[in-house]
Structure formats: C-alpha cells, structure tokens
Write a protein that binds this ligand. Structure first.
Ligand code: SF4
Length: 341
C-alpha cells in the first residue's frame, strides 16, 4: 500500500489534514467554559463532521474550506483539550498522571517543549525526502541503545511556536515534502506541536515519527492532524521491551496503536533489527504486520544498529549485526512478502 493520500498532498491535489482541522469552526459549541469531559464530548461531535469531510475521497481538494481560519477552530479545541490533559498527564501509556504545569513527568517534560535542531533531512525513506525534520527532546522510553541520546537528553532551544511555524513554511518553499516531528519522541510534545501547526500556512503533510507508545486518549486528539504515521516497531514481546526500554505492556499497546494508525492516516513502519533478536523480535513483528495490517504496508527493515549509550552493559547487543543475521531477517521479510522500503 503506497502513501497515496500523502503523495496527493505533495502534488497539491489534496489538503493536509491539519489545514482542514484548522478551518472547522467550533465556536457554536462553546458558549461557556467547559470541563474536560464536556470538551471531549464536543470533540467527538466535531470529529464526525471532520470524518465526513476527509472521507469524501472523490473530492481532490476540499473546495468549501474558507480561506481564513476561525478563531475557535477544531484545532483550537484540540489544543484546549491537550492543555487540560496536561494537568493529569496521560499522553502516553506510562500514564504518570502528573500535573505537568507543576512538575516533570517520567519523560522529564513539563509544559515547555525544547528542540535540538530542524533541517531538511535527506536520510529518511525515499518517499519522505527531503523531510523537514524537527528533533524534540526527551522520550517516553529509556532505550539502553538510544541512537539519539544526545538529542533526547539536551535542552538546546525552547520552542517558539510562531518561529518554528515560520521555519516549516520556509522549508516548504525550499522543497520539503513533509514536516517530520521526531526526537526523542513527539508524543509528549503534542500540545506544542498542535500550537505550532496553528500558525503554519503551507499545505504540508504532517509525519508523526513516534515509538507508538501513546495512549488512546492522545490518539483520539492527534490522529486528525497526522497524515503519515512513521512508527517504530522495536520489539516482538514484552520481555525485550521491558529489559531494554523499560516499557510495560509493549506488544498490546503498540499493536493497538498501529491498527488504529492505519485506519486514521497512512502508515510507514520502521524496524531496527538487533543482534540476537531475530527470532524473538524481528520474526514476530514481520509476521504480525503481514497478517494483521493491510496488505502492502510500507516496511523499513533497518540494519544500521550499532551499540551506543548504555548498550555495552548488555553483552548480547553490544555489537553490530553479522551477515547471517541480516540474511535471516531478509529471508523472513521475503517469506512474508512485505512491501520493503
Ligand atoms: S507523556 Fe507519558 S511519561 Fe510524559 S508525563 Fe505524560 S504520561 Fe508521563
């Protein structure tokens, strides 16, 4: 399954989801101050309206979208909800429930978001490049082999939402095919990212480059602005996830989120093959994707693992892949006829 809608956004024949979400006026629903529960009720009503719009697939572009964005849009409502959720944070399945206005969660994030860099990335999958990649800090995982630990654990720049929105428009003019929110991980910064999108003018596809450990509550809000889910599928079982990333219930959460993602956007899956983890992880992941997701789902089988960060504390993963492991992983993927990147 190719990224058809994404390609149509790229060629200007479709509208990026956030640009539609930004133009749906919700002011008639919001006459007084509402509680989180009431906001969520309004959100599900408007979501139905949004789904009807987005499902009109025969319509190449949404012609009735107004030029100007209303002050209280569906996107505004989503931001409002996320700002409320931050008071008892359940953005990811860690569900620490902290008030992020007062203290940091397990991910070490409060309300303010930081990023390390933004640039046109030429090293992503062919359909994504040039990809305007914005690297946010922190993560909801604690991977001992983190390949981006320098990004995750630094606080380089506080996010100025308008400035980053301008950079997205500028990179679009320079040829970016998407804006790619990554890190670390984007989930814990969802409120900031939606605020940034409020100020973006370009019809640019949104890529959510995530560990797929977000909660269903977060998915309910962000899925209407994500055009492409670029999801990491790291482990084939809970034991390995707990050992290397301190993530509980990994398999249940991640498979649930991949299923949901393919029904609410387009999907590209990445799997970083790890030494000694072909049978317990690669094989199970490949089999599940082939049997449970839509045929032809794009799948990037990655062989660039190298030991870094704290990986040396684990002898079995403190080396690169050998030739036999690479071949074995390729054979498995071929046997299941995956649509490899
Ligand atoms: S994003 Fe996850 S880890 Fe971070 S505070 Fe929220 S629930 Fe906790």
């Amino acid at each position: 399954m190719s990224l058809e809608r994404y390609e149509q956004i790229n060629s200007g024949r479709r509208t990026a989801k956030f640009q539609i979400v930004k133009r749906i006026d919700v002011s008639s629903y919001l006459e007084s101050d509402l509680s989180l529960k009431e906001l969520l009720k309004v959100h599900s009503e408007v979501k139905r309206e949004f789904k009807e719009l987005i499902d009109s697939i025969d319509m190449p572009k949404i012609p009735e979208m107004p030029e100007k964005t209303p002050q209280r849009s569906f996107l505004w409502l989503k931001i409002k909800i996320l700002e409320e959720m931050l008071k008892e944070c359940n953005f990811c399945e860690k569900r620490c429930g902290v008030n992020r206005y007062e203290k940091l969660g397990y991910c070490k994030c409060g309300v303010k978001s930081y990023y390390t860099s933004e640039f046109l990335h030429m090293g992503e999958e062919p359909e994504l490049i040039p990809s305007h990649t914005i690297f946010f800090n922190r993560c909801t995982f604690r991977c001992v082999f983190c390949q981006n630990f320098d990004i995750v654990y630094s606080d380089n720049y506080p996010v100025d939402e308008i400035e980053l929105a301008r950079s997205i428009d500028r990179r679009y003019r320079q040829g970016s095919r998407n804006v790619n929110f990554v890190g670390g991980n984007p989930d814990q910064h969802a409120h900031t990212i939606l605020r940034i999108l409020q100020h973006v003018e370009s019809n640019i596809a949104v890529v959510w480059n995530s560990n797929m450990y977000h909660s269903e509550e977060l998915a309910e809000i962000i899925e209407d602005v994500v055009d492409v889910w670029l999801g990491d599928f790291k482990y084939g079982n809970d034991r390995c996830a707990l050992k290397y990333s301190k993530a509980k219930n990994y398999w249940r959460v991640v498979t649930r989120n991949f299923r949901r993602a393919e029904n609410n956007g387009e999907l590209l899956i990445r799997h970083l093959v790890m030494p000694e983890h072909i049978e317990c992880c690669t094989k199970r992941i490949v089999g599940w994707v082939a049997e449970e997701l839509k045929p032809g789902t794009r799948f990037n089988l990655m062989f660039q693992y190298y030991p870094t960060f704290r990986a040396y504390e684990y002898p079995e993963i403190s080396r690169r892949l050998n030739r036999e492991e690479i071949q074995r992983a390729l054979d498995i993927a071929k046997r299941y006829r995956l649509n490899l990147v």
